[in-house]
Design a protein around this ligand. Structure first.
Ligand code: HEM
Ligand code: HEM
Length: 152
């Protein structure tokens, strides 16, 4: 969903889809964070260098932060643009920012910068996942793909 949002956001004609999908991502991200904070996490293999462990932690933190920040900034942006915000048919979103053209422009810029940051972090994340799956074959990929760590 998040990846498709990066593409859908670029097409003005698809904003009707972009907005409800973005709010769904916000809800799902909170559920995911709750589950994550209340679950055991598969440990990384022992031989992974400290630098790579830190990079993984930092990039996961950024990805989680983006999952929450992107929809919130998007929602704030359309709030500042002016009500009413129609999500889908009869479903309206409350406004969370005052109607202000200057604020709208700033938030639009922030939304775009965050999208670039998200795309860049995802690219590194994807390459790292492929490195584990295809080069190291150490079970990190399958721990996410199939819930087990034994095979890749
Ligand atoms: C994970 C969530 C989201 C991602 C990854 C995302 C990504 C993007 C991207 C890549 C663009 C194109 C950037 C640009 O042309 O300025 C965009 C534009 C836009 N997004 Fe989002 N977005 C998200 C959530 C939301 C939400 C929740 C809303 C509103 C409820 C929203 C409202 C908009 C609007 C109105 C635009 C068009 C801005 C313009 O006028 O150019 N976005 N989004
Ligand atoms: C095809 C795309 C993707 C692949 C192959 C992939 C692969 C993986 C793998 C293998 C892990 C496990 C890393 C570990 O055990 O330390 C992981 C974790 C994670 N991924 Fe992805 N990922 C993808 C897309 C995304 C996207 C789009 C996001 C969010 C924007 C994301 C966010 C995360 C986060 C936050 C974690 C850490 C999970 C946790 O520890 O709670 N991933 N991913």
């Amino acid at each position: 969903m998040i990846l498709s949002m990066l593409v859908i956001g670029l097409n003005e004609n698809l904003l009707w889809l972009h907005e409800p999908l973005g709010i769904s991502i916000l809800v799902l991200a909170f559920i995911r964070l709750y589950v994550r904070l209340n679950s055991d996490v598969p440990a990384l293999p022992q031989d992974i260098p400290v630098v790579q462990r830190r990079a993984a932690r930092a990039s996961h933190f950024v990805l989680y932060a983006m999952m929450i920040a992107m929809p919130l900034v998007g929602w704030s942006m359309i709030s500042a643009e002016g009500p009413p915000i129609i999500l889908m048919g009869w479903l309206h979103l409350p406004s969370i920012m005052p109607h202000d053209v200057h604020l709208f422009r700033v938030l639009r810029m922030v939304h775009m910068i965050l999208a670039i940051l998200l795309a860049g972090t995802f690219a590194m994340h994807f390459l790292a996942a492929m490195y584990h799956a295809l080069v190291r074959k150490d079970g990190v990929f399958s721990s996410m793909a199939s819930g087990g760590r034994s095979t890749d």
